[in-house]
Structure formats: structure tokens, C-alpha cells
Write a protein of this length. Sequence first.
Length: 273
Amino acid sequence: MKLCMAFCTSCGEELPPGSKFCENCGAPVEQTSAPASPPAPVPEPAVPPAMEPVPVRQPLVQAPPPKKPVPAMMIIGILVVLALVAAAVWFVGLPALQKMQDSSAPATPEATPVATQVKTQTTLPAETPVPWVTPTVTVRKLDPRYEEYYDEIYSLDQSFSYGQKETFAHDLTTPPLFIKYNLTPDMITREKVINIGLSTEETILITYANPNAWFEIQVIDAGNGAVVAAKGYGKDYSDMTKSEFMVRNPGNYRIEMSGSFVSADISIMQGKS
């Protein structure tokens, strides 16, 4: 005997034998002995109608804005700038180019001056020759230790201020040339408070040599301007206010004395003839 397959009366799903409910839709299965009717045809899914193509919207193309006319002032400014550039080229560029061409030409070599150096003497710049001076000798008693061997040919006792200079020329024929001087720098006096903040605080007067005081005496060869001997006080010299020195070679000499804020007593002697 051939068994007939049962189908759900709600959804048409095939039911296994003995099922009381449809596994697909859950509807109760009617128990009947009549042969099951053939399954209802399953409706085919509806095919949606073909969609019509949506037309593509083309972007709008904007027309370019109309060109504005160039202002007349801008044209004038451009012409002025061009004129300035042309003037700069004419007045600056062409002379510079000509100068470069001239400099590229071979120059006539010049002789290199050779400097004369004096190893043991300091050479001074050439000066106007000092005329010979007949010294006015002040008669004064020399120290006994000098009187027997020297004759005084020049003496000076004066104050020097602001680089004041005195010059004396002498042709030394009976050496040595003996120079001695005694200096007195200007003094400064001021008040000074000591023991500040103590019961012994007081004001005192202090006196000291002017720090700007200086003196220099140089013996210069009148022929070549070389410094033969030099002494002094302050600046690059010591703080000794009394000194003496000699020039032992005969020659034509110029003695220069200069200083500031100092008094000088100077005596220049030579060997007895």
C-alpha cells in the first residue's frame, strides 16, 4: 500500500508522517484519512519591475567673469619702475662694468717701500729742525761732586701742565752729557670719613700725588730722530721723582722735556773742556 504525503493546509509545506503541527508555520495539522491533496503550487516571488535609469544631472558651468580693465595708475607705476631700473643700469651698472674692465688690465707694479728698523733705538717721525739755541746759563752753585768735572749748560725750574713741552738743542763735543732732575707732582687734598658707623667715626684730610701727573725727558739724535736716552715719571715710567742719566757719545742732540701736573728742576751738564 502506497502512503500519501501530507502537506500543511496553511503554507503548503510537506509534513512528516504523524506531525500534529507544521514545522514551518506552526499551524495544527488536520487528521484525515482521506488522501492528501497534492501540494499547492508555491507562488514564484514577484520580480520587481526594472527600474528606469535616473538621468545624471550635469553640473552647471559658470561663465568666467568679465575681465576688469587695468587701472591707468597701475600702468603709470609700472612705467615709472621700468624707468628707474633703466636709470640705475645707466648710471650705476655701466660705470661699475667699466671699472671692472679697467681693474682687469695689468697694473704697473709699484716698488714696495722697505722700512728701516733701528734695533736699539726708537725712531721718531721727522720734525722741523730745531734752530741752535745759545743756552742762557743761570749761575748757580753746583754740587761739589759735579763742579770739578762738569759745566752746566742748561737749567730749568718750572711747572708743566697739559703736556707742555720745552726743547733745548746742543752740539756735544766734550762728553758726557749729564742730565739730572728733581720732580714735585701736584698734590690733591680731600676729606675722608674713617670708622664709619662706630663711635670713633671722624673726618680726616688726606693728601696724595695727582694720579694724572707725569714727566718725560728725551735725548734725541738731531740727525736721524732716534731716541738715544729717556727718563721720566708716571705713565710707563717708575714713580721715582728724582733721577739722573748720561749720554757718553759726542753728537748733535735735541733734548725734549714735557709733562703735566708736575714741577721740575732740571740741570743739564757736559764734561769740562
